[in-house]
Design a protein. Structure first.
Length: 450
């Protein structure tokens, strides 16, 4: 257990600080604890919170249950009830009062039963007994309902009244069994087995409300297994809306009350009759509309129905019209072909050879060709004469004829400068007529050459 909060010595605490330290110490010291006692001074506040005192023969303690928790209780508290509350020990600072913050409440003596309920629920759930995929849908239009309950149960009267009001046409079979007390679970399971073997379409398992001890027969394992073994769907309407039993989880459909179970298992006869009447009206309207449409079609077909002589006359007129159109079409085609033939004949006449005109044209072309050739020859002769004159002026032999000599060095190049020669070089001399060889004895370089 944690150490309590110890204030620093020689310091003065305010009242609010002291109350806060006390609250923190209590809440840190005591975990959530089940506390048993009797309810007194019960008050349901307008805010939804519930205030009361929990007492025994020697002491009492103030308690508060917040609205969020009270809404989940499922039943109404009353003064004098013996309960077991799961509470957090706390301290109300503004008034300096010790109190319990209640998290959950159960009737006294129900703790063990509730634990057994949770263990069995977890076991059967792990086996897949409550799996949604195994739930069977109820028939839309059942003919025979089986009711498993006690003959003395007030729930039976509610179920029969509801069924008589909603579906008086249904056949009902009652499979009586005790719904509480020693051995009631086995007898309920046996009654479910008998109902499953009958011709029932659906089984209603019902009982009125009560404490967990009163409803314990519906928390027996044998009842849950009998529900799942049934050959037809089972609707469970056990207790009030806030009561939950193992049978509710095992059933194919859970109803909040026995009356609701009867409503879920049976179709509403008045609603069905109303729906049937509406379908009849729709069928009548559709038949009337279909007959009217067929009559309209018959009238239309009647306007198309003609006497054979009249139909022959129409066909004769159509044939004459077609004959005229054929004649006109043939006439147009003949005219088109004649125009085409005339056009081709004209083109053919234009394309036919004419020797006289071609000969005249050929003579003209021959004359033009000779005239052009003479002019071209004259032009080219003048150009040739001018080129020959220019070439004769550039002819080296003409220069040699005037007394000049062409000197060729040993490397085959023409000598233009004395500096290209050395004494002893063998030169070739070319004249206008003939050639000679000479040897250089001396090279004289003039100032102009330098």
């Amino acid at each position: 257990m944690p150490n309590p909060v110890t204030p620093v010595s020689n310091s003065t605490l305010s009242v609010s600080s002291l109350n806060r330290l006390v609250r923190e110490c209590l809440e840190a010291t005591f975990p959530l604890t089940w506390v048993g006692g009797e309810i007194s001074n019960l008050t349901y506040a307008a805010s939804g919170h519930v205030y009361f005192s929990l007492k025994d023969a020697s002491a009492q303690v103030r308690c508060v249950m917040w609205r969020s928790r009270a809404q989940l209780l499922g039943w109404r508290l009353e003064n004098g009830q013996k309960i077991e509350a799961r509470a957090l020990v706390s301290f109300y600072e503004p008034r300096g009062e010790f109190q319990l913050n209640i998290e959950a409440i159960r009737r006294a003596g129900q703790g063990d039963l509730f634990e057994r309920f949770l263990r069995l629920k977890a076991q059967l759930e792990s086996e897949g007994l409550f799996a949604s995929e195994s739930k069977r849908p109820l028939p839309d239009f059942p003919r025979h309902l089986g009711i498993v309950t006690s003959l003395q149960a007030a729930a039976l009267r509610d179920v029969l009244t509801t069924l008589h009001r909603r579906a008086p046409h249904l056949r009902l079979s009652l499979f009586p069994c005790p719904v509480q007390g020693e051995g009631a679970g086995e007898k309920i399971a046996a009654a479910l087995g008998q109902a499953s073997l009958s011709s029932c379409d659906t089984i209603i398992l019902c009982r009125g409300g009560g404490s967990i001890e009163d409803l314990w027969a519906f928390n027996e394992e044998c009842v849950a297994r009998a529900i799942r073994a049934s050959a037809v769907p089972v609707v469970a309407g056990v207790g009030h809306e806030t009561d939950f039993t193992i049978a509710d989880f095992a059933a194919d459909l859970r109803a909040p009350t026995p009356t609701a179970a009867a409503e879920l298992a049976s179709p509403d006869r008045d609603a069905l009759l109303g729906r049937l009447a509406e379908l009849q009206r729709q069928l009548a309207r559709r038949m009337e509309r279909s007959i009217a449409e067929q009559q309209q079609r018959l009238d239309w077909l009647g306007t198309r129905l003609l006497h054979p002589a009249e139909r022959i006359g129409q066909r004769r007129q159509e044939l004459e019209l077609l004959a005229r159109r054929l004649g006109q079409s043939l006439g147009r085609q003949i005219e088109n072909q004649q125009l085409r033939l005339q056009t081709v004949s004209q083109r053919h006449a234009k394309a036919r050879p004419q020797p006289a005109k071609l000969g005249e044209h050929l003579g003209h072309l021959h004359y033009r060709l000779h005239s052009q050739l003479r002019w071209q020859i004259s032009q080219q002769a003048g150009k040739l004469k001018a080129l020959a004159s220019g070439l004769s002026q550039l002819d080296p032999h003409a220069v040699l004829a005037r007394g000049y000599t062409l000197v060729i060095a040993p490397d085959g190049r023409a000598v233009r400068d004395a500096t290209q020669l050395e004494a002893g070089d063998l030169l070739k001399l070319s004249f206008a007529r003939g050639s000679a060889q000479a040897t250089v004895n001396q090279v004289v370089v003039t100032d102009e050459a330098v």
